[in-house]
Design a protein around this ligand. Sequence first.
Ligand code: PRX
Length: 641
Amino acid sequence: MSEGRVKVVEKFPPGRFAETAWVREGRVYEEAGRDYLAFWERAAEELHWFRRWKRVLDRSEAPFYRWFVGGEINITYNCLDRHAESWRRNKVAIIWEGEPGERRVLTYGELLREVGRFANALRSLGVERGDRVTLYMGMVPELPVAMLACARIGAVHSVVFGGFSARALADRINDCEAKVVVTQDGAFRRGRIIPLKDNVDVALREVQSVERVVVLKRADNDVEMHGDRDVWWHELVAGKSPKCDALPVDSEHPLFILYTSGTTGKPKGVLHVHGGYNVGVHLTAKWVFDLKDRDIYWCTADIGWITGHSYIVYGPLSNGATVVMYEGAPDYPSPARWWEIIERYGVTILYTAPTAIRFFMKLGEEWIKGHDLSTLRLLGSVGEPINPRAWLWYHEVVGGRRCPIVDTWWQTETGMIMITPLPGVSTLKPGSASRPFPGVFAKVVDENGEEVKPNQGGYLVITRPWPAMLRTVWGDPERYVKTYFGTFPGMYFTGDGARVDEEGDFWIIGRIDDVINVSGHRLGTAELESALVSHESVAEAAVIGVPHEIKGQAVVAFVVLRDGVESTPELKEELRRHVAEEIGPIAKPEEIHFVSMLPKTRSGKIMRRILRALEEGREIGDVTTLEDVKAIEEVKRTEQE
Ligand code: PRX
């Protein structure tokens, strides 16, 4: 494994931030380390429980851990009622801005009523506790409303990112056997309309489980409403009572399923539950972002990903924060849009991804200069390693050298931020995600599970359970055990490589499995390859990730065509389009090489290492296990063309 060692350019101590931050002393780490169950128990006490738990952690069926056993809770009570019953009733919960420019503000009181109305609407469609509801929507306030409405009645939501294709949507609906789909006519993106409802219609041709489809009117594009199946959101909620009590559910009751790519072609349905997840996202949102009542907090992620679930919806709302939500593209109608939003609402905390930072870096500072960003006091980064150059630019140009940057490492599966600075405590090093959050235990190990020495690269593992961890892979508990606990017994394997420096700070190297991280989004090579071979011209395909200036990594495909099929530039384009249709536009290969064979081991495994080395122009090392060295020479030739 490459060590990817970066020189520490400069260190940034917490400075004045430490004067007012929620956490000001490093003591929390030792305290949590001494008794981590007591630590998480104290965190749980910040929430409302209908019935207190009897035990903090049950390991009797490890690795199927259970947290806050015997407790009863509903995450929406903590996100809504608690605030609506306090002075926060008329505090703004969500400030929303549509891509075309409209604005909407929802207070906690209003949000509670909207959620109640939609919860009653879902019930009227026959949705009951435990039923799955797929949400295929854009960034509109009705998306968090629908999520919270599901959770309120004990139903399980599964948000599918609006950029996914009909095919990908159908697979995800089928896997969780959703009863209802909530969508919208169309979503605005860069001035165009994405026809979400049309995609649902196509997807549902291959789905049996769905009984009803709720359609929000957003973009006013033409859609076909199917008789008994489809109903407009506004017609459905008309006359429904805004009052719907939060259903007390067991701490371990499922809250949502979110699909993520793994090393096989089939995405994994990561399952999170009400109790532990609420505790984990509540405390991390509060401490990592130092969330205070006066903050205007903006996380630029899409709610279709875990970052949006945990740090637009559940974490901030559980803390009673004011959240900014923006519908559209960052550069629409101009690359000044984000900076206008920050100025317009006086955003104090900005949480975004390195790919966005590099995108703005490349466009130049003129789009930012001239906007008043002086309200910002904290910046965050998530999704992939942030390179020191981008870190320093973010710190200087966006943060005016005042704002600490929290580089937060976590995953769909972890539910909550796991490795991160605490802004009032940590000395920041550009490129390092700092240390495990208090009560979280991580280390870097070698192939045998032994901890490696400082600065030596290895595998990143989590050594103890944590409250917001996934509980299983939906419908496939064996896959849960094998994927996460099969590599190093007793430890959760993250799939990432990392090193720890002599001061105990973690440096994440990136995925070491067959997962590609494009603009902070996970794509499995197997998923991409099966999309390619589903095209009639393709016999075989291998996909790798290569470094990309803005996206972090880009997809490069090596394709063997079927006999008699001609390799033309048009076919390349068609295959790129085909992958976009199968998975979604983010999966489009940057580059496709036609080859007549792929380098494989004797047992038939594709040697991606070799393809990667060839693509990057490196020496290819030991190839004695290769089935046919000719394959390499050929790939090399296509590289030179
Ligand atoms: O490789 C790590 C990378 O993103 C992966 C998780 O992807 P996903 O489940 O889609 O969740 C992304 C948002 C939480 C990780 O295995 N990753 C995420 N954050 C960082 C990161 N790599 C380095 N530094 C980070 N801060």
